[in-house]
Design a protein around this ligand. Structure first.
Ligand code: SF4
Length: 203
């Protein structure tokens, strides 16, 4: 029996979520982590308040063939969802490229999805040691860095980015992260400031 996606939001057109492509973004419901700077905290529970049907989004995409380049699965954490692989296949069958935004909590799941993806944007939040302070979850750092390694080993087209919350990542910790990223072979770490207004825990 196919698994359907739990969807908490949908953006029909964006130019910033898949580099160089016109994309729609599907916001998947649910995340195993609790980052204090999370801006999509309504997407953290596995069951959301607002729910959209995947079939409706597929119908929308049918009508956008030739007008959109790609569909990005964001969240929440899309790799939480058992139906993601099938959804990626459906999107590709319609002629769109596929993108994923992930924090990398499940390296094996991510690796299994790579054949169905054209691009991945991955959050690297800190060094392995500093992760639990940000995500609230023990061993989250090991998992995220293993996921990053999977992307690198596969030669995947991807972008790594870090969100800097001033209370969660100081200058030294950011330098340590950049150093660990370089040692892992990541040369394009994008640093983005955190807008603390409206996040899960603003201090
Ligand atoms: S991993 Fe992303 S979606 Fe999950 S809590 Fe952290 S910032 Fe929010």
């Amino acid at each position: 029996m196919p698994h359907s996606l739990q969807i908490g939001g949908f953006t029909p057109l964006t130019t910033i979520d898949f580099p160089g492509e016109l994309a729609a973004v599907v916001f998947c419901q649910g995340c195993p982590w609790r980052c204090r700077y999370c801006h999509n905290s309504h997407l953290i529970p596995v069951c959301g308040v607002k729910s959209l049907a995947w079939e409706e989004i597929l119908q929308f995409l049918e009508r956008r063939r030739g007008l959109l380049d790609a569909v990005v699965f964001s969240g929440g954490e899309p790799t939480l969802q058992k139906g993601l692989q099938q959804s990626l296949q459906q999107v590709r069958a319609l002629g769109f490229k596929t993108g994923l935004h992930t924090a990398g909590p499940w390296p094996e799941r991510l690796a299994a999805l790579l054949p169905y993806l054209d691009w991945v944007g991955m959050d690297l939040k800190a060094t392995v040691r500093d992760y639990p302070r940000i995500t609230g979850v023990p061993r989250s750092g090991e998992r995220a860095w293993q996921s990053a390694q999977r992307l690198l080993d596969a030669g995947m087209a991807c972008e790594f980015r870090v969100t800097v919350h001033p209370m969660l990542l100081n200058e030294q910790q950011l330098d340590d992260l950049k150093q660990q990223a370089l040692l892992a072979g990541i040369e394009n770490l994008q640093v983005q400031p955190c807008i603390t207004n409206g996040c899960l825990n603003s201090h």
